[in-house]
Ligand binder design. Structure first.
Ligand SMILES: [Zn+2]
Length: 120
């Protein structure tokens, strides 16, 4: 891939990573035992309490947070992986078949690590 194109995707990935990190920090916190992992951290008010009449609602909110966190975490790890591939000089190459990933796909999703045929 041409250097200026690589640079373009690198910038996209780096700003995406920052954005994701901010969002992750707002819905969860890093697991101290595994910094690659985030845990859902509901704020005090969102914690279910037995004497609350909105118990079910609060549990739902906590589960909602955990689901959002999971999604963000997957995206975050994909973005990190793509940046890693950039360092190794294998960015834009499918992890499965080793063919070049079409640029249209990278434009739509710069963190793609497989061609369309090999989407997980
Ligand atoms: Zn492939």
């Amino acid at each position: 891939m041409e250097k200026n194109k690589l640079e373009k995707y690198k910038n996209l990935l780096e700003s995406e990573l920052k954005l994701l990190e901010n969002e992750l920090n707002s819905v969860g916190r890093k697991n101290p035992d595994n910094l690659k992992d985030w845990e859902a951290e509901p704020d005090e008010e969102a914690l279910p309490s037995a004497d609350s009449t909105d118990y079910a609602d609060e549990i739902e909110e906590f589960e909602g947070n955990a689901a959002i966190l999971k999604e963000l975490e997957i995206k975050y790890n994909e973005t990190k992986k793509a940046l890693e591939k950039m360092k190794n000089g294998t960015y834009g190459i499918c992890d499965v078949c080793g063919k070049e990933i079409p640029e249209a796909r990278l434009d739509a999703n710069p963190s793609a690590t497989t061609c369309l045929e090999h989407v997980k």
